[in-house]
Each structure stands twice: as C-alpha cells, then as structure tokens.
Write a protein that binds this ligand. Structure first.
Ligand code: C2E
Ligand code: CA
Ligand code: CA
Length: 423
C-alpha cells in the first residue's frame, strides 16, 4: 500500500515531460526451487535477491516487495526507455550470479514487465496492471527477460477477455462434452478403464481443444466449476459401464487450492451411485508444487476413501522423481514424449524400461501414454508395462461409442520384431 501511495504521489507530481517507469519483477520458477531446497533456505535466498535488486536500483529509485517472489521498482526522472533498460540489464546480471547458502549453490533468473507513464497509463492501477501484463508476456516468451508493455499486448488481452467471457457463458450453457479414451490392460488384453477428456463446442469457433482453454480457465479460476462438472458427468457416465471398468478424471492444481475438491468428488460419486474404487484422479506435478502441507492431507483423504491417484505426464516436469516419494501414487502415467522412439532407439528403450522398473519397485501401476503403433505395444508388453493408452488402441471418442470400444477384440501382440535390449 505504501508503494501504491508513492506511485500515486509520483504520478501526481510528474512534470509534463517527465517519464516514470514501473518495473514488475518475478523470479522464474521460484516455487519449484523453494520446494526443492526448502522454505527456510528459500527465504534466505529471497533476502539476498532483495539486497541485490536494492543495490542495482540504487537509492533514487523505490523498491517494493509485492509478495512472495515479486518485486516492483519505480524509476523516476530519467530518460526512458533507455534508463530502465539499463536498470533491467543490471538486475538480470546481478541475479544471474549464483546464490550461496552454506554448501548449496542456487542459480536463479528473473522476468520483468515494464510500463512507462504517461504513455502506458497515467494512473497507478493501470500502470501496475500493464507492467503485470508485460511481465506475463516476458514469462510466456521464455522467461529470463524483460518486456515493455505495448498496444499489441493490450489487443491480445482483449482477445483473452473475450475468450474468458465465452468460457463463463460456456459453463452456464454447458457447452462442454466429455470424450473417453481407453486404458488398455496389457496382461489381461482388455480395456480396463477410460480417461475422460473435455471438449468445448463453441457456438462460433467450433471445437476448442483443451490446451486452448484449460490454462485460461485455471488462471481465472473457472476450472473449479468446469472440474466439478467434469467429475459429475464422468461419474454419471461410468455408472452405466460394467463394474470392472474404471474412469480417470484430470484434476487441476487450482481445484486443490481454491475449490473444495473432497466435497466435489464425494458429491459426484454419490449423485452417480458410483463406487470410489472405480474413480481415478490424474494429477500433475503442478499439484505437488503447491503448498504440500495443504495438498497432502487432501490427497491422503481421497486415497483413504478408496479413490486411486495417478501421477500424470510423468517425466515432463522438473522433479518428477523427487515428487514420486512424497506421495504413494497408485499409478504413474509416462508421458507420450517417452514413447516416440522406443522401437528404434536403444537409449529411449532403456529409459522406458527403467521407468517401468521404477514404477514396479514402488508398487505403482505404470501406464504408457501416446502408444500409436503395434510395434510399440509389443515392446511395452515385453517390458511388462501394465497399461497403455493411445491412438493405437483408440483416440478419445464420444461417450456413446464406449459400448463399441468395449466390444472390440483384444489387440494381438503383433509379431513385429524389434531389436531387444539385453537384460
Ligand atoms: P493428458 O491428460 O496428458 O491427456 C492425453 C492427451 O493426449 C489427450 O489430448 C489425448 O487426446 C492425447 N492423446 C491420446 N493418445 C494419443 C496418441 O497416441 N498420440 C498423441 N500424439 N496424442 C494422444 P487432449 O484431449 O487434447 O487433452 C490435452 C490435455 O488437456 C490433457 O492432457 C489434460 O492435461 C488436459 N485436459 C483434458 N481434459 C481435462 C479436464 O477435464 N480437466 C483438466 N483439468 N484438464 C483436462
Ligand atoms: Ca491425463
Ligand atoms: Ca498425460
């Protein structure tokens, strides 16, 4: 608040030709660093970060900590954008030197968004907002850099706002649909469940893929409502299937943070009359990057109620391995990027084998995603992988196709030869 007051005052006293730069800084991936090194070391490093930024900013500029790993600098009475660029350069240089804490060496990088008054706004709120918009562009452009606010960003933001408004309407009008993709048990040679994958049928744009709206829904919190709808519908659909068939539902980190996930899940199960043992929840590493003290009790409560928990997209995050030991997952789903080359590339095959063995050793079922060919199936069967999912079995299909998918004959393990690794 003090910082805001200072920006207010500076803007009010601005002379006609004077420019004022507002820099919004955010450390890159600090949350995962914090989780790896521990919060108390994280705190010490934040203090060192603040000192380095303060030294770069000098006494004539005002520095504030906006929250956790976010800082802001107000630079007055200088030639812009030249001086603020020099300042940003210096901060980036200073923060790129490793931080030391006892034995530990930590390297950091920072992203910055810059807005300049009066061009980018004459009021504190607008200036802060636009610096934030520029910051999110810096992050999206690969982090470790600064971005100046531009009119184009403004236009993009309007587009996003339009999409957001549409998304809100979509929740009201139930424009969503679930498609189901088989999870195929290799030992039993049959489909043992389906993953529910959301589809948005936009009245004008047509079908919008989840990757184009789930991230936005997460950012604006709508994913809680959408997730609740997905849970209800998936449980209701699954209640129509044979007892032996499970349903897997993707759950976003935001549902753990802002929703009442436990309640949403039990209501969905109760409304459908579905046994908890038939529901699997798929979570990604981002869930565990949240506050573990809040997330772990929820995960344990879900698991204690008989629901299974899978770690999704295994291998794509920063510390999949360390997260594996933080919770007793029932299943790990190996990301499709690991399957591409397994048939032709010995190294890829070896990595796949090692992950399958790792899952076995931890007593977790292993599902491999993105299986597209008979040769991949054969290899995974040979490696005693539990379950596969992918276009080779079937792409995601509308719910009405489930009975047909269940009636398909077993996928024969093709006689396709592949160069085997020595055991
Ligand atoms: P995911 O959970 O990893 O889902 C698997 C994605 O891989 C699906 O994309 C699926 O269509 C695709 N896929 C399946 N088999 C193959 C294959 O053989 N080859 C290739 N190249 N791709 C394959 P989709 O349906 O576009 O979903 C993308 C992502 O959106 C999902 O990734 C998930 O993270 C998210 N998502 C989907 N539905 C929901 C939902 O209800 N809630 C939340 N929070 N996220 C969802
Ligand atoms: Ca998934
Ligand atoms: Ca996945």
């Amino acid at each position: 608040m003090y910082f805001r007051e200072q920006v207010d005052a500076t803007l009010a006293e601005r002379k006609p030709h004077e420019q004022i730069a507002l820099v919004h800084l955010n450390l890159d991936r600090f949350k995962s660093i914090n989780n790896t090194i521990g919060v108390s070391v994280g705190d010490k490093i934040l203090q060192q970060v603040a000192e380095r930024i303060r030294a770069s900013a000098g006494s004539e500029n005002m520095l504030a900590r906006l929250g956790s790993d976010e800082f802001a600098i107000l630079q007055t009475g200088k030639q812009q954008p030249r001086n603020v660029t020099a300042l940003a350069d210096q901060i980036r240089r200073e923060l790129s030197e490793p931080f030391l804490n006892g034995e530990k060496r930590v390297t950091l990088s920072v992203s910055m968004g810059i807005a300049i008054a009066p061009e980018n706004g004459g009021e504190t709120d607008i200036l802060l907002k636009n610096a934030g918009v520029a910051l999110s562009h810096a992050k999206a452009d690969g982090r470790k850099r600064e971005r100046f606010f531009t009119g184009e960003m403004e236009a993009q933001m309007q587009l996003r706002h339009a999409l957001e408004a549409d998304l809100r309407a979509a929740v009201e009008n139930e424009e969503f649909e679930l498609h189901y993709q088989p999870l195929y048990d290799l030992a039993e040679r049959r489909t043992c469940g389906f993953e529910a994958l959301i589809r948005w049928n936009h009245p004008v744009r047509g079908r919008v893929p989840p990757m184009d709206f789930i991230p936005l829904a997460e950012e604006v919190g709508l994913v809680v409502d959408i997730g609740r709808w997905v849970l209800r519908r998936a449980c209701r659909d699954a209640a129509q299937w044979p007892e032996s068939i499970k349903v897997a539902v993707n759950v976003s980190a935001i549902q753990f943070r802002s929703g009442n996930l436990m309640q949403d899940v039990s209501e969905a199960l109760a409304a459908a009359g579905l046994s908890p043992s038939r529901l699997e929840l798929e979570i990604t590493e981002s869930v565990l990057m949240e506050n573990l003290n809040e997330v772990l009790p929820i995960l344990h409560a879900l698991r204690d109620s008989g629901i299974r928990i899978s770690m999704d997209d295994f291998g794509t995050g920063y510390s999949s391995l360390s997260y594996l030991s933080s919770f007793p997952f029932d299943k790990i789903k190996i990301d499709k990027s690991f399957v591409n080359d397994i048939v032709d590339n010995k190294e890829a095959h070896a990595i796949m084998r090692a992950i399958i063995l790792l899952g076995d050793a931890l007593g977790m079922r292993v599902t491999v995603e993105g299986v597209e060919t008979a040769a991949q199936l054969t290899l995974l069967e040979f490696e005693e992988c539990d379950e596969i999912q992918g276009y080779h079995i079937s792409p995601p299909r509308p719910v009405r196709d489930v009975p047909h998918l269940l009636s398909l004959p077993p996928k024969s393990s093709g006689a396709t030869a592949f160069p085997t690794l020595e055991r």
